[in-house]
Design a binder for this molecule. Structure first.
Ligand code: BEZ
Ligand code: FE
Length: 282
């Protein structure tokens, strides 16, 4: 067939994949074409709207410079990242729930001794974070690595702020023989995702705020176990119910309690890792 109508075009485009040799790619592309066509039909997309979408996607790509990844941010604020996470990390009981990695992870943070202060005495409420890394059955995992990062008290990650050292408020800690870990920091603060690019504009146009509830990021890994990328959220934060990237899970909310000395907060959490060969629970 040479000439297509509104009704026959979708099937014709999908049919052009007939000689595609990769079955998974063929499945994904066919579904993508069908869903994009269905969307265009549903909203009866105008030509000016189509052009605005092309310009938005172009600007999003152009904003991906150096440490900045505007496409990941777009996926995050549209809930796509958390949907992918949910589908790919169906955990059995006992394993810590994962959440979005986010665009501010920096590889190569220094390994620090137990008790080190990742904020290096910077401003903020002094906080001690401790806990254990355990198997789903509750046995300690020794030698697990906890890669930790958070914003400084000015609500910026070191990779966003030329005034901070590259690895400020970042560090890697190792669990001891009892699975225990311990480090010092400052209480995380809520912060806005970057709003000076195309994603900020689209959030504003949708009437949405850009805030994330206060949290500490972790990647916890150990040989023979599935690594988990997750957060610990601060109980009581005003944005827990409206996180701009939909990443809050109840099991990850932690009380940052005052210690008896009255000057320091304390947060305690036990991470669970599942063995690498154990398949996701149904
Ligand atoms: C973050 O928590 O660092 C983050 C996650 C998603 C989008 C922006 C920031
Ligand atoms: Fe964050």
């Amino acid at each position: 067939m040479r000439q297509f109508t509104e009704d026959t075009l979708t099937d014709a485009v999908v049919a052009r994949l007939a000689r595609c040799e990769d079955p998974r790619f063929k499945e994904v592309m066919s579904a993508l074409i069908r869903h994009v066509h269905a969307f265009v039909r549903e909203v009866e997309l105008g030509e000016a709207e189509w052009l605005a979408a092309i310009q938005f996607l172009t600007a999003t790509g152009q904003a991906c410079v150096g440490d900045r990844q505007e496409y990941i941010l777009l996926s995050d604020v549209l809930g796509v990242s958390m949907l992918v996470d949910a589908i790919n990390h169906r955990k059995p009981g006992g394993a810590t729930e994962s959440t979005v990695l986010g665009p501010f992870y920096a590889e190569g943070a220094p390994e620090l001794p137990a008790g080190a202060d990742i904020s290096h005495g910077g401003p903020g409420e002094p906080t001690e974070v401790r806990g254990r890394v355990l198997t789903p059955e509750g046995k300690p995992i020794a030698g697990a690595v906890l890669d930790v990062w958070q914003t400084a008290a000015n609500a910026l990650y070191s990779t966003q702020d030329p005034k901070q050292d590259r690895f400020n408020c970042r560090g890697r800690f190792r669990s001891g023989a009892d699975g225990g870990f311990f480090f010092r920091t400052v209480k995380p603060v809520s912060y806005p995702v970057p709003t000076d690019g195309p994603v900020g504009k689209i959030l504003n146009a949708m009437g949405r705020h850009p805030m994330r509830p206060a949290h500490l990021h972790f990647i916890v890994s150990a040989p023979g176990y599935e690594p988990v990328a997750t957060h610990l959220f601060v109980k009581g934060d005003p944005y827990l119910d409206s996180d701009v990237v939909f990443a809050v899970k109840n099991s990850l909310i932690v009380d940052f309690k005052p210690k008896p000395d009255g000057n320091t907060l304390e947060a305690t959490y036990d991470f669970g890792l599942k063995p690498a060969d154990r398949k996701s629970a149904a």
